[in-house]
Ligand binder design. Structure first.
Ligand SMILES: [Zn+2]
Length: 361
């Protein structure tokens, strides 16, 4: 008996997906052939295409995927009922499995392999170990001082709706990428709305990258002073820094060397991160260090999140993301967000927050 060529193809696709999913991590090789090799070229092709359309390609792709899933299953069920046999339904399920394997392979090849690249702690000169708690609090106080100093100028100059068209932020992003790797710099992406916006709101997720279209999707409720940092964070993902802490680190580095609005946004994000990691007493001390202006902005963010979130969906959403990160070998899961504070405190910097790379001297 001979298996049909199509069956062989199906088996090969699923086997390839399973094999790549389980393949041992090889950070140096992945960095070379993927993250600084084919990926930047793919990004430079895909993101400009996505930037050219105002809607999210993600919405279109998700619609097609759901329609195809329903069509295959309904078709299989109808046929199975007509011939009174399970075979057509089993074939339909097999098609769904092959489809899922193809989607996973596409995910890996367009973006997902970035989860397996060389980590920032090996790319840069970073002191080993966790920072001392006092250093974390001091970073929060420094951030508060920066916010106090920048607040009026940042608010006076107004807030741009479209950070991807902001020349200083784009230029800063390119510079930061050059500091971090020799790969061709990534193209900044337009912050887009998505039909999944309500989900981002209810789960209080600020933004995400569509790995199949290399575009940045944002929570529809972001406040103007949050947008420059969220944009820079998502751009860092587009530059192949898949890890959340690394994306926040790159986003912060980008913001602090751009204009005052972006600087304010970057320090605000870092303040927020530090405040979420210290104990209640220290958090009160950080809040006390803020002038009325920045305090109003922090309170506005708290109010935005409270208004939008559905606590059960928020927990479910973050649990799902945690599982997704762990499936992509981010052992710390969503806790990896917090590692940005460690990077800011332990990485070595030259003047102007330029991080020092390791092993290139
Ligand atoms: Zn992110």
């Amino acid at each position: 008996m001979q298996a049909a060529p199509r069956t062989i193809l199906y088996v090969v696709i699923v086997a390839l997906a399973v094999a790549l999913g389980a393949a041992p991590a090889a950070p140096e090789a992945t960095e070379r052939w993927f993250s600084t090799g084919i990926y930047p070229r793919v990004q430079q092709l895909l993101t400009p295409v996505s930037n050219a359309v105002p809607f999210a390609l993600f919405d279109v792709l998700a619609g097609i995927a759901v329609a195809a899933l329903v069509a295959v299953l309904v078709c299989g069920a109808r046929q199975a009922r007509r011939v009174r046999q399970a075979a057509p339904m089993l074939r339909a399920v097999a098609r769904v499995v092959v489809g899922a394997a193809l989607i996973y392979l596409t995910f890996l090849l367009l973006w997902g392999f970035n989860y397996r690249r060389v980590p920032m702690t090996e790319r840069l000169l970073v002191e080993a170990g966790a920072p001392m708690p006092e250093a974390v609090v001091q970073l929060g106080l420094d951030a508060a001082a920066r916010l106090n100093a920048l607040h009026d100028a940042a608010h006076q100059s107004g807030w741009r709706e479209a950070p991807w068209q902001d020349a200083t932020l784009r230029e800063a992003f390119t510079q930061v990428q050059r500091n971090l790797s020799d790969a061709p710099p990534a193209v900044p992406g337009r912050l887009k709305r998505t039909v999944f916006g309500p989900y981002l709101r209810w789960a209080s997720i600020d933004g995400m990258v569509n790995p199949f279209g290399l575009e940045a999707l944002a929570n529809p409720d972001l406040l103007p002073f949050e947008r420059p940092f969220i944009a820079a964070h998502e751009w860092a993902h587009l530059a192949g820094y898949a890890d959340e802490a690394e994306a926040s680190f790159v986003g912060w580095l980008t913001c602090v060397r751009a204009d005052v609005e972006a600087q304010y946004s970057g320090w605000l994000a870092l303040y927020w991160q530090v405040a979420s990691e210290v104990n209640e007493m220290e958090r009160a001390r950080l809040a006390g260090a803020l002038d009325p202006g920045p305090r109003r902005d922090v309170e506005a963010i708290v109010a935005r999140i409270r208004r939008g979130e559905w606590p059960w969906l928020q927990q479910a959403g973050w649990r799902l993301y945690d599982r997704y990160l762990k499936a992509n070998r981010v052992e710390e899961g969503v806790r990896s967000y917090g590692a940005v504070v460690t990077l800011v405190l332990r990485a070595r910097f030259a003047d102007g927050w330029v991080p020092v790379r390791r092993g290139f001297d």
